[in-house]
Design a protein around this ligand. Sequence first.
Ligand SMILES: NC(=O)c1ccc[n+]([C@@H]2O[C@H](COP(=O)([O-])OP(=O)(O)OC[C@H]3O[C@@H](n4cnc5c(N)ncnc54)[C@H](O)[C@@H]3O)[C@@H](O)[C@H]2O)c1
Length: 320
Amino acid sequence: MSMRVLITGGAGFIGVHLANQLVRRGAAVRVLDDLSSGDPASLSPSVNFNRGDVRDVPKLWSLLQGVDVVFHLAARVSVPASVLYPREYNDVNVGGTVALLEACRDVGVKRVVLASSATVYGDQPSWPITEDMPPNPAVPYAVSKLAAERYLFTIGRLSGFETVALRIFNAYGPGQPLPPTHAPVIPLFMQQIIGRGSVIIFGDGRQTRDFVYIDDVVDALITAATASNIDQEVINVGSGQETSLLQLVDTICSVVNAHANVIENSEASGGIRHLVADLTKARQLLKYKPRTQLVDGLRKFYEQDARFGARAHAGKALVG
Ligand SMILES: NC(=O)c1ccc[n+]([C@@H]2O[C@H](COP(=O)([O-])OP(=O)(O)OC[C@H]3O[C@@H](n4cnc5c(N)ncnc54)[C@H](O)[C@@H]3O)[C@@H](O)[C@H]2O)c1
């Protein structure tokens, strides 16, 4: 693959996996990341890493020279944090997207792939969710991703470059950040269950999500860089499997061989009731087929991530 790419947010969870996979496939990879949450330590040494803000247009002008495809991943990504800091989410997720698109127009990039989010759907009357359902964003993060999509398609169409937005459902896998507040459910539950702590579930635990393993997300992103007939399209990227939070806890328990003490906080909102992807469009346009079942993905996460794997090995040493 002789492609030259820029990944914004390329030191984050999805970005590192994407960058390293692109390097393995022979692409020339540049990364721009302000390290507000990312960490470049796991990037392949072949990646050209640049620290900076995605709103810095002059910096983008120079980083975009010779680039064929941009993967736009830089964003603030926490739903609850966006409720507290909507201005910040608008500044980075919307302002950063517009700055990037202006620079892409100026330099003459061929295609921009946006990492959008399933949260733009909000609650829908039926599921699995297809791309033609009217967006119903319920939190500032979701609004910012929807606005980013609209700017993407508008500026791309006006400026003559190709654009595609992947609406990623709940991605998980090794290296996923576990911040002290607003942590994503899978690494959080895994840590709590391994540590014999209590697992607190907001709502009744019967809300469902579509957990998609990182390798499947990366495959979809890379295909979106080169597939034909996807200009101006939004495409779901999930596993297509619906899992309730209670089922998720059970599955993690079976993988890490531990018991969970679940506390349901039914006073708190569990968020969107059902989020599961219909993958018909992804199959048609990207030949996308998720390869990793939840139980297998959780096992890989547990075994490969040093934060959990170290414990697993220590445990095995003790037993035998
Ligand atoms: N992880 C998921 O389940 C998921 C689901 C749907 C969509 N997405 C989208 O995928 C993208 C990547 O998500 P992730 O899970 O890897 O999150 P992440 O927080 O690990 O990665 C985001 C990266 O963007 C960087 N960043 C933030 N603000 C920046 C700025 N102003 N300038 C430059 N870099 C900046 C951060 O330092 C971080 O490395 C995001 O756009 C997110 O909205 C993720």
